[in-house]
Design a protein around this ligand. Sequence first.
Ligand code: WQD
Length: 352
Amino acid sequence: MKKILVTGGSGYIGSHTLVDLIENGFEVISADNNSRSTPSMLLGVEKITGKKIKNYKVDLCNYDETRAIFEENIDITGVIHFAAFKAVGESVEKPMLYFQNNLSSLINVLRCIEEFKTPYFVFSSSCTVYGNPDAIPVTEVTPRKNAESPYGLTKQMGEQMIEAFAAANSSTNSILLRYFNPAGAHPTGLIGELPIDKPQNLTPILTQSAIGKMSGFTVFGDDYDTRDGSCIRDFIHVCDLANAHTKAIQFLLAKKNNSSCEVFNLGSGNGVSVLEAIKSFEDSTGIKLNYKIGGRRPGDVIAIYANNEKARDILEWTPKFSLDEIMTSAWKWEQLLEKMPVHLELRTFKLN
Ligand code: WQD
């Protein structure tokens, strides 16, 4: 079996990707220091797949610790690099924390891939690299505009570093995957999104409002130049996102890539407004949400959604989950979370 190292394996997208890789016949190992995740998420992966996951609890910002993983696993065929901080608001308050963590860890992983000549590398990028696009839907050749946050800047810089790395290292072929708005949870409800402290992203805010963890929430603006005045986003189910990573590795294994660094948009291809997303949650769960309309949130992109034809055609990837299924799976996870104390230590987690 081909061995894949997943960094950030205890995280939201990382854990779902471990499941998809295992279900597609790959051997997996994880590297996660649990600075922003809980080891118990791997218990959920084990329950779903029946496979015990080996996690290296190392700080990827420490080169020697990172290198030791590669030295112990010289048969690593590919690396999927999720490990990074991703809170847009926190990145504005603490830019140096984000540059240090997100870029140092990427540099160390790339240095090891170079030394050990790891054949394949997949990078967790983001639609934030597009900034506020002039035209939507965005394609992979839509220019990268100024990032709206230091977090987005680390993704842009990461992409540029990998492009330069790929040009200089023909022994490794890379793929950049630009996620739109990841949401939802595995249909079993055994793994899902675990916001640290207060959730920042819309979907966990909806589910925490529905279950009563939050008394309600604010829609950040309904006076934008969109069909209903609220922002437009492209919500993609985390299981669809996970499967795209498996498809990316399989694409590289089959040597179908035309260049040593390919980029793909991973979105549903459907632009949905914030108010439409709220209505989807209410209609699909039967729960009326308590929210008010408030002012715009600084840094918000007005409207963005993906042209995902390249990933569909070339990676042979097909998103399967609807917006309603995103919402119902997120709601199921929120309800089960109450019954899984193992995950709850993260609820009390305070950002350092
Ligand atoms: C979505 C919409 C808010 C909360 C995220 C990540 C980014 C990238 C893309 C990975 C916005 C509105 C939200 C609330 C609201 N993912 N909203 N009330 O900003 O699109 O970006 O996904 O790289 O890193 O941050 O996601 O969920 O914060 O906001 O009205 O209480 O919901 O204004 O229009 P965003 P989000």
